[in-house]
Design a protein around this ligand. Structure first.
Ligand code: ATR
Length: 276
């Protein structure tokens, strides 16, 4: 029997998750006694899957598609950013039996942009493409960096407008359709799932100039469709979501263990694995 503390990522499907690999790298690097598994959740009984994991001694879970909203309901205490996101990717099973919910996705992207890529968000014009769960999850930490303004553009305009209304108390934020976006932006984040279908959100080319930093929340072995488009328009920099993945994992690890892993070598190794 291992006496390591038990954690896992739960999702459905789950076999392609990189979280076990990342967390095992963190555990080795920090000498923390952590065992981290992948759990295939039951789509008709999420709470049953979580209960079973806790009965095995599980101390915390990362939560991925399609359970982020259900994990929100399962928890009884929520951080401010989990409340804002309406979805959680990190659960902490506390000694008193209560379940704490966090969302580390937004911290992940902000840390990747600012620390790993040395791009400041404060005072910048930010355009976000998409208005789904992934975008909702990043808005609170992003607005916390005090950008000059944030424009959310989405295929379904009403969702962009609603999302902007929901976060209007945190900063200058508005919503519109893709064609209605005006002007150029310092930072453009693609949070749509269009690239899964190899498609581009139909936003005017003029949003990108040679000073623009473009961030695709997706990643893959090859440059994403969105980042290829941004490169073709001579964007200053294009970044994919692999760093966000590693940084959100590091934040979860910190919440559970109180120890912050060094992410750069893990990200570098993961990039090599992805390419090979
Ligand atoms: P996620 O959790 O990944 O955010 P989601 O909540 O289903 O998933 O949201 C997907 C986002 O990608 C939405 O903003 C969606 O636009 P709609 O709100 O109009 O559905 C966007 N999206 C998906 N496919 C797209 C496409 N082909 N072109 C543009 N936007 C697309």
């Amino acid at each position: 029997m291992s006496d390591n503390d038990l954690y896992a990522v739960i999702g459905s499907p789950i076999q392609h998750s990189k979280s076990p690999w990342i967390h095992n790298e963190f555990a080795t690097q920090t000498s923390e006694s952590v065992a981290y598994q992948a759990v295939l959740g039951d789509e008709s009984n999420f709470s049953g899957s979580v209960d079973a994991f806790r009965e095995q001694g599980g101390q915390g879970l990362n939560v991925t598609v399609p359970f982020k909203q259900e994990a929100f309901k399962y928890a009884d205490k929520h951080s401010e950013r989990a409340l804002r996101a309406g979805a959680v990717n990190t659960l902490v099973f506390q000694a008193d039996g209560s379940v704490l919910a966090e969302n580390t996705d937004g911290v992940g992207i902000v840390t990747d942009i600012q620390n790993n890529h040395d791009v400041a968000i404060e005072g910048k014009r930010v355009l976000i493409l998409g208005a789904g769960g992934a975008v909702r999850g990043i808005l609170e930490p992003l607005l916390g960096q005090k950008p000059a303004d944030v424009v959310i553009a989405n295929r379904t305009v009403s969702k962009a407008v609603q999302l902007a209304e929901d976060f209007a108390d945190l900063g200058e934020i508005s919503g519109c359709g893709f064609e209605a976006v005006e002007g150029r932006f310092d930072l453009i984040i693609n949070g749509t799932s269009a690239s899964l279908a190899g498609e581009l959100p139909p936003v005017p080319k003029t949003v990108i100039d040679t000073q623009s930093v473009c961030y695709d929340m997706m990643y893959g072995a090859d440059v994403t469709v969105f980042n290829k488009w941004a490169d073709s328009l001579s964007a200053a920099k294009t970044i994919d979501g692999l760093g966000m993945l590693v940084e959100q994992a590091a934040e979860s690890f910190f919440i559970w263990r109180g120890v912050r892993p060094t992410t750069a070598p893990v990200l570098e190794k993961l990039r090599d694995l992805l390419k090979s």
